[in-house]
Design a binder for this molecule. Sequence first.
Ligand code: NAD
Ligand code: MG
Length: 401
Amino acid sequence: MPMSGATQQQLVILGATGSIGANTLDVVARHPDRYSVFALTANRDVERMAHLCLRFSPRYAVMANEDAANELRKKLRAESCPTEVLGGARALSGVACEPEVDAVMAAIVGAAGLTPTFDAVCAGKKVLLANKEALVMSGRLFMDAVAAADACLLPIDSEHNAIFQSLPDDYRRDPEAAGVRRILLTGSGGPFRNASLAQLETVTPEDACNHPVWNMGRKISVDSATLMNKGLEVIEARWLFGVSASQIEVVIHPQSIIHSMVDYVDGSVVAQLGNPDMRVPIAHALAWPQRIASGVSALDFFGIGAMSFERPDPERFPCLDLAYRALEAGGDAPATLNAANEESVQAFLDRRIGFRRIAEIIAATLERAPRQEVETLDAVLEADIRAREIARDEIGKRSAP
Ligand code: NAD
Ligand code: MG
């Protein structure tokens, strides 16, 4: 029987036109009795946003780009759609912090998501975190804000969602008592798992975005190909679960059926398994602590047949070690790593640099940027700007004429 309107959860989806946004709306559409879309946000994809507004009738639609907001407003008026259109980055935080909002899906890609995600945390919302860059950049500040506002933070990244499911319910209250030895973060190894160094010199953006298992946005697809995605996830796990870098081990598991594992001191290893489909962690976090259908089929063990495991290769994939180094350096080093990565990935996608230059540029930026402590969100945003300037200079040195 459908629930009454009053018990529906009001959702804001930051980054609604992206890959996580689409998967979230797919799950939401299966449960109209439980969820109602309060606001959808995007950067500039007017066509897609207009389609989503007509389909989900949110109270608000926000376009970070003002021109795109004006265009969307005209389009929706012509269709007599009652959704109110807002423009500009500030409106992202505005809708996420509205008192009626119960949960915020943070699915903007990159540093652009930091401020609205942080603001949603400070407003004490239930925050479903896909935007790992926000947590990588602000680390301790972010987790302190979660505690201060008593926000409910649930991981959407499939690995972290798996770890969350493999830890005891009261883990955050007494992490010591849980007896965690290691966190085993699994990864598919990306599209270049078996490529030689020579082959990596000539791979194209199309090759990098052709992931063997996951269909994702372009930036995270390149991150998966360099293994920087795993590096960012190591930093994400450090903050979400309060473990040290030395307790987090990356395991390459090409079938992507085990989404991560927790190794306990008594020798038990607890894992979460499932088909590689982001609707699984999204449905888990939306309904937690209950369970709802996600539209994903049951796992077929006989179809999988065998599962394999490998060590990551630091020579072909240096980004993973760079992330461990930034985590150990602390302060603004993770924000520097993230900024240099975003700039060099964009340069690679624009064909200004080759694939292997990405790691070189990040390493050079980490060398050159002065390492500083960060006590405020503004300090994090300043570190981001500083690092981007250095990274652009390093990109210039390596760009094809
Ligand atoms: P995507 O590129 O498909 O979508 C990004 C979304 O962010 C779009 O809606 C876009 O409009 C919005 N956006 C981009 N720049 C913006 C800006 N400046 N201001 C406001 N909005 C902006 O990306 P995605 O693959 O959906 O990934 C989103 C986040 O989720 C990333 O942080 C990624 O690391 C994380 N994530 C994604 C997956 C996946 O399967 N796609 C898995 C795990 C984690
Ligand atoms: Mg992941």
